[in-house]
Design a binder for this molecule. Structure first.
Ligand SMILES: [Fe+2]
Ligand SMILES: [Fe+2]
Length: 562
């Protein structure tokens, strides 16, 4: 009996172990990081609010002083995972245009990593990296990063930073410069750049390689209607470009810029499929990068998180980190980075809800009106959501019931949605308590904020307008103040529309962070078939042309004989 059990156990072990032995080794594994936004560390930590743990959360909500240490941890992870290559899709330095020293520091880290591990790094520029007439321009960028991609370039565009390079035996990277060096954020895609990428993708296939595209700006929507709401972050004519790329056999695109972890899929009218993997900023919550594993049969991807940084070195480099901040980072870096992001977003939004940012001068008749609206809005977002003196109490007075959620304030609830967008795989139930509470809070803001403005202020402002202005000017001013353009209304409308269009629930069937789909080898058959059909069509077209040419000649001869 014992023998039978041990034999069965041995067999079970063998069979359990079999898939691991039988599994095909990946033919390519790459780590993809984006938007490193490296900052030179401050000498002493600047604090923006009096929050004891997150007072240094800046308006970009980026972990700037920590950035170098996060990059170090990322590279250590890549070395440990023994990836084949590291790809970085732009915004390497935060102030790269004006401060080349930031680029030098990033470059040195990447070069040291290459030297130590033998793993090659490939970079492309983002909008923060260079500018025409800036301290770092296109030529400077290529010179600084000459050993980080350009040294392996098979072809390169002289007008920008684009280049191609082989990855392993089967793949070719097309690193496309999507930036416009004369503007700061929006894309600089041009027909020439698109044509070049298409040409390079075709060349890759001719050389027996699958093309992989990397660029800074997004190709597909990673926000609901991104081309409308966040148009600077996605390439122009994005769907036409995506269709063209898909029909050229590009299956995978790596992008950044939007600072979100999101995977989007698009099927061209021809049936060809392309997927855009937007990778979140490495130095913002959730401090993540992607690992993508390619075989002919399938491509799998996973989100990897930086779980610790060298806090001792950080506190040596920058004065002002308290033991409490350092131990909060050490206890749970992801949780720390999330609170840091939420506090940074809150700080940024609260800054925009001030009279200085409103552009309304102190002597303006609107000043007291808008001032009162802002202070109502700020207090509503900052007060406790539940309990005595809470937003829930005020909501109840308007007949609105705020469902119970774990969130403490309106800010806490609103910034939760923002952090979910950055982290990806956001699957809030549209009818769940969080989304319902947020929608109801937004509707409460729209009701409560105008109520916070007294009649005296309204009539006072109206009287001042009538006295001081012509009718036309008055109309223009009224539109600017009452016509749905106060930051409170914009904020609420942005939240509501975002939610309605799926901001909180990514349900496109392609998980943002972890998944698997068909490999280039599989989809290549469809591509090859379409190419064959095109070739057959071209042959028929040529035959028809020849036929008419012959007929034309005959007619010409016949006419000349007459
Ligand atoms: Fe960025
Ligand atoms: Fe960017």
């Amino acid at each position: 009996m014992k023998k039978l059990v041990s034999t069965l156990l041995a067999l079970a072990l063998v069979f359990c172990g079999l898939p691991a032995f039988a599994a095909e080794a990946p033919s390519l594994t790459v780590a993809v990081a984006s938007d490193l936004h490296y900052n030179l560390p401050e000498e002493t930590l600047t604090r923006f609010t009096d929050d004891p743990l997150y007072g240094h959360a800046n308006r970009r909500a980026a972990m700037e002083n920590e950035s170098g240490f996060i990059i170090d941890a990322f590279l250590a992870d890549c070395a440990e995972k023994q990836v084949d290559y590291v790809l970085i899709s732009g915004d390497l330095a935060d102030n790269g245009r004006s401060t080349p020293e930031e680029h030098f520091a990033v470059r040195d880290k990447l070069l040291a990593f290459e030297k130590e591990t033998g793993i090659e790094v490939f970079v492309i520029d983002g909008n923060h990296d260079l500018g025409s007439g800036a301290k770092t321009d296109i030529a400077d960028f290529k010179e600084i990063y000459k050993d980080l991609g350009y040294d392996h370039a098979l072809s390169a565009r002289s007008e920008d930073c684009s280049y191609t390079a082989d990855l392993g035996e089967k793949y070719r990277l097309i690193a496309l410069d999507s930036c416009d060096p004369t503007v700061s954020t929006e894309d600089g895609m041009s027909p020439a750049k698109v044509r070049w990428a298409v040409k390079e993708a075709k060349a890759a296939y001719q050389d027996g390689r699958f093309p992989l595209l990397m660029m800074h700006h997004n190709l597909l929507d990673h926000l609901p209607l991104q081309r409308i709401f966040s148009h600077d972050f996605i390439v122009r004519s994005h769907l036409a470009t995506a269709a063209l790329f898909a029909d050229t056999g590009i299956r995978v695109v790596f992008t950044g810029h939007e600072h979100c972890s999101d995977a989007a899929v698009y099927t061209a009218p021809s049936g060809n499929v392309i997927r855009d993997f937007a990778t979140t900023s490495l130095t913002m919550y959730p401090l993540a990068y992607r690992v993508m594993r390619f075989t002919d049969e399938e491509i799998s991807y996973s989100e990897e998180y930086i779980s610790s940084i060298d806090t001792a070195a950080l506190s040596r480099a920058v004065r002002g980190y308290t033991p409490e901040i350092l131990s909060a980072m050490e206890a749970d870096l992801t949780a720390f980075s999330k609170q840091y992001l939420k506090k940074g977003v809150e700080y940024r939004l609260s800054l925009s809800l001030t009279m200085e940012k409103s552009g309304i001068e102190a002597g303006s008749p609107f000043y007291p009106l808008v001032d009162a609206a802002f202070s109502s809005l700020r207090s509503l977002l900052a007060m406790p959501l539940y309990g005595e003196g809470s937003a829930a109490e005020i909501a109840a007075a308007y007949g609105i019931e705020l469902p119970l959620t774990p969130f403490v304030t309106g800010w806490d609830l609103a910034t939760e949605l923002v952090s979910a967008h950055y982290a990806g795989s956001e699957h809030y139930d549209i009818t769940g308590p969080e989304v319902t509470a947020l929608l109801r809070l937004a509707s409460l803001i729209l009701k409560y904020v105008p109520d916070g403005v007294s009649d005296a202020l309204f009539t006072g402002a109206a009287g001042a307008i009538v006295n001081a202005l012509t009718l036309r000017e008055a109309k223009a001013l009224c539109r600017s103040v009452f016509g749905g353009v106060t930051p409170g209304e914009v904020f609420a409308a942005a939240l509501v529309s975002g939610l309605v269009y799926g901001f909180a629930n990514d349900a496109d069937g392609l998980d943002d962070n972890n998944g698997i789909f068909e490999g280039c080898g599989k989809t290549d058959r469809a591509y090859a078939l379409s190419q064959k059909l095109i070739a057959v069509f071209n042959k028929i077209l040529q035959l028809v042309k020849n036929f008419f040419a012959v007929i034309g000649k005959r007619i010409g001869i016949y006419r000349s004989m007459r």
